[in-house]
Write a protein that binds this ligand. Structure first.
Ligand SMILES: [Zn+2]
Length: 784
């Protein structure tokens, strides 16, 4: 709160400097706590995890794209089997067809199937109480070699197994599950939990992922009732995770193998490093871009957790409740979810008590507090809005940014710019209104918003309530002390309150910017504003005591008060300009473009297709016009809007659909079909005319969940089959129809380079990392 006795400008300035130095030190410590450890070399002791030992395996896995069913994937699998045998294990291949419902499928058009080959190996325990599963996927997307996603997880699992086998046997069985077809449809994990005997009794799963090339391995997802599991996680050497992350994860368009295990009732933890997301799923996701510190982080934690969980009784690990947890320097703070509401209410009461006391002491009036509460909405709304405006400006200057997953290649300067912009908004707002509203009223109003938000979050996302409630509580307690204390005690109290806010909010800010990227920079900025509000009593020390000064002195005060704003605004501009200069597109950091090619074998026509929201220069030589749907002839594209352009027809054979059996009774037909690609393809899809209701379906012996038919469009029931068998996919459909039924068959392969009319991308232009870019589709209608 305002320090009435601390009037002397020099003393105020020195108090401000000391407090800010303390905040910077606390901030550095807090940010340091969420940094990955340094990678250890190949000569590290045998019982330790070494990124230097794991990395060569990353390089052999990620030499080229290796999606499910590809020849490259066969090679990777052989290498994994050889490595596992070299560890003295007896790995097996689970070779099966798996189905994933539409709700999880990453490809449009309904249900997804895949022919997957999981690699599974058991390290038998001495007296097992349950099974511990170490899971990573060894397939990549079709567009990139998956140097991080998920060669990192796969090699970390293998290096963990090696280190584990170098020591005494664990008590519990440890099962290594290297899944296939994750990128296509999470089908490998689904096949394991649904069909593998080792999965029958459930267990505890640690899933390892990467959605970028660097940053800490964040434990971002847990199964329900995680209190005891999080306790175990806290014993890892570098625990980085927050109960708020699960809520953020829901905002992201990603899914992992963990979902399959979670849905099946396993207990477990999901970890990934996520910074450097520009390379996600792209051709640029090569081993060379990996920060091996991130790999070390994954490995250090996985090995320690495997030892810990390998030796404890695994029964009842998922009991109790959800915990609130977050990192502070040196440890993972954890408390039971039952404390969320009491703490949120306590923070609210503490802020109310502070307001009451401040009013009694004449520091604020009720009207000024109410006005301040309204005024606080300005930075809370304006700063996030400006962050989005900055991103919009950046994508206008560099249209290629819009095609990157969430962040530019080198987002660091832009992140600093966004934070500086936020600081400028806060400083300007405070300088403008502190005279009218009074610094005490503004500070207490800031704490009131934090406390209120703590209550709202307790109701909506309990795991995130601590972010607002604890800084509010600390700030209110500091204020209660400060209101009645001597000047230096006041400074000490508000500094201590601010340190709590820094330690609690800063790591989440540091993790949130990479998690959601500049594309959603508003989220990180919002938390930064909350942090700024908690620091207002100290920001006030930069300014002279208001009132009583006129003329030249008052003008000097105003200039001094404007200084932080000007400095922050200048910094925002400089950081943006430096960012634009540093983060240019080049051969190693290409501007991503999205292009597909679709042949219609019915009339032997072809077209280029692109889903770029704003057509880029390179892409505009192929497509033009407005965004429109193409699911009338390409039902697997779903409702996605694309741009198209005429293309030369290539001589490509469409998938063949043959009637192999047909039984009719009344208005019901049971149709047996063979869907057979006639070229090397990654997937085939089949759709039935919307006017024909499908009542049951079976694909390669797997029953297909019959969902609600599409509300519009000419095509209804459909599925995609990844890595189809060479002899074709056997389909049995029961339909309500007595006459002929319309079908649309499509297949898809990868790579456009051999197509007539395709010109190679110049240096600095690349392909988007997505499940559809570079897709070459051939479709044909059948009436049977
Ligand atoms: Zn992945």
């Amino acid at each position: 709160m305002r320090a009435p006795a601390l009037v002397d400008p020099a003393r105020r300035a020195s108090a401000a400097v000391i407090a800010i130095v303390v905040f910077v030190l606390a901030g550095v410590a807090a940010a340091w706590a969420v940094r990955p450890p340094e990678a250890r070399g190949a000569s590290a002791p045998a019982g330790e995890f070494s990124a230097g030992r794991a990395f060569p395996l990353v390089e052999t896995i990620a030499t080229r794209p290796h999606p499910v069913g590809s020849a490259a994937q066969d090679e990777v699998r052989e290498r994994l089997l050889t490595t596992l045998r070299g560890l003295g294990l007896s790995p097996e291949v689970q070779d099966t067809v798996s189905v994933q419902g539409a709700e999880l499928s990453s490809s449009a058009g309904g249900t997804s199937f895949a022919h997957v080959r999981n690699v599974v190996a058991v390290i038998p325990g001495t007296a097992s109480t349950g099974r511990l599963f170490l899971v990573a996927h060894y397939d990549s997307v079709q567009t990139g070699p998956g140097g991080n996603d998920d060669a990192a997880g796969t090699s970390a699992v293998l290096e963990t197994a090696r280190a584990l086998l170098a020591g005494p046997r664990p008590r519990n069985d440890v099962v290594l599950v290297l899944t296939d077809g994750e990128e296509a449809c999470l089908c490998g994990a689904k096949a394991f939990v649904d069909q593998h005997p080792l999965a029958r009794d459930g267990g505890v799963v640690l899933n390892l992922e990467a959605r970028g090339s660097s940053g800490p391995a964040i434990m971002f997802e847990t199964t329900d009732r995680n209190s005891r599991l999080v306790g175990v996680y806290g014993s890892a050497p570098h625990p980085v995770g927050t109960s708020f992350a699960v809520e953020i994860y829901r905002l992201m368009p990603n899914d992992t193998d963990f979902t399959a295990f979670k849905d099946k009732g396993f207990a477990g933890l999901n970890a990934a490093y996520i910074d450097g997301a520009a390379i996600y799923h792209a051709p640029t996701d090569v081993p060379g871009v990996m920060d091996q510190d991130s790999l070390q982080h994954h490995g250090d934690n996985t090995l320690a957790l495997t030892r810990e969980l390998g030796d404890r009784d695994l029964t009842g690990l998922s009991s109790g409740q959800d915990a609130t947890y977050f990192p502070v320097p040196g440890l993972l703070v954890r408390y039971p979810g039952a404390l969320v509401w009491p703490l949120a209410v306590l923070a609210l009461l503490a802020v109310a008590a502070l307001a009451w006391l401040a009013r009694r002491r004449g520091l604020i009036t009720g009207r000024r507090l109410a006005a301040s509460a309204g005024l606080t909405l300005i930075p809370l709304l304006l700063a996030p809005a400006l962050a989005q405006v900055l991103w919009w400006l950046l994508t206008s200057v560099r249209p290629g940014y819009a095609e990157l997953p969430i962040d530019p290649y080198r987002p660091g300067w832009y992140r600093l710019a966004v934070v500086a912009l936020t600081a400028a908004v806060l400083f300007a707002w405070f300088a403008l209104f502190r005279r009218k509203a009074g610094p005490a009223a503004l500070s207490i109003a800031g704490l009131a918003w934090l406390a209120l938000l703590g209550v709202v979050l307790a109701a909506v996302t309990p795991g995130g309530s601590y972010l607002a409630a604890l800084p509010a509580l600390a700030g209110a307690v500091a204020g209660l002390v400060a209101v009645r204390a001597r000047p230096w005690i006041q400074v000490l109290a508000v500094t201590a309150g601010g340190v709590v806010a820094v330690v609690i909010l800063l790591p989440t800010v540091v993790m949130l910017f990479p998690a959601l990227g500049l594309r959603l920079g508003a989220a990180g900025v919002f938390l930064t504003v909350l942090l700024g509000l908690a620091l207002l009593p100290v920001i006030d020390l930069i300014h002279p005591v208001p009132g009583g000064r006129r003329g030249v002195e008052a003008a000097r005060d105003r200039r001094r008060g404007a200084l932080p704003t000007v400095a922050a605004a200048l910094a925002a501009i400089v950081f943006t300009v430096v960012g634009l200069a540093v983060d240019r597109f080049d051969a190693g950091h290409p501007a991503p473009t999205q292009l597909m090619y679709a042949m219609d074998a019915d009339d032997n026509t072809a077209r280029w297709v692109s889903d770029e929201p704003k057509t880029q220069e390179w892409t505009s030589q192929y497509v033009s016009g407005d965004l429109h749907r193409v699911d009338d002839t390409l039902p697997s594209f779903g409702a996605e809007e694309v741009r198209t352009g005429p293309a030369q027809a290539a001589s490509l054979l469409p998938p063949k659909l043959t009637l192999t059996g047909d039984t009719r009774s009344g208005d019901t037909r049971t149709i047996k079909l063979r869907l057979e690609p006639q070229r090397q393809v990654r997937l085939v899809t089949l759709h039935v005319g919307a006017d024909t209701p499908v009542t049951s379906a079976d694909v390669e012996g797997q029953a297909v969940p019959i969902g609600k038919p599409a509300a519009e469009g000419p095509w209804g029931f459909g599925f995609a089959f990844h890595a189809p068998p060479t002899g074709g996919v056997e389909v049995t459909l029961t339909v309500r129809a007595s006459g002929p039924v319309k079908f649309r068959a499509m297949d898809g392969s990868d790579g456009l380079t051999d197509l007539p009319g395709f010109r190679a991308r110049p240096a600095g232009v690349g392909a988007v990392g997505s499940h559809t870019s570079e897709l070459l589709a051939v479709a044909k209608s059948y009436t049977l």
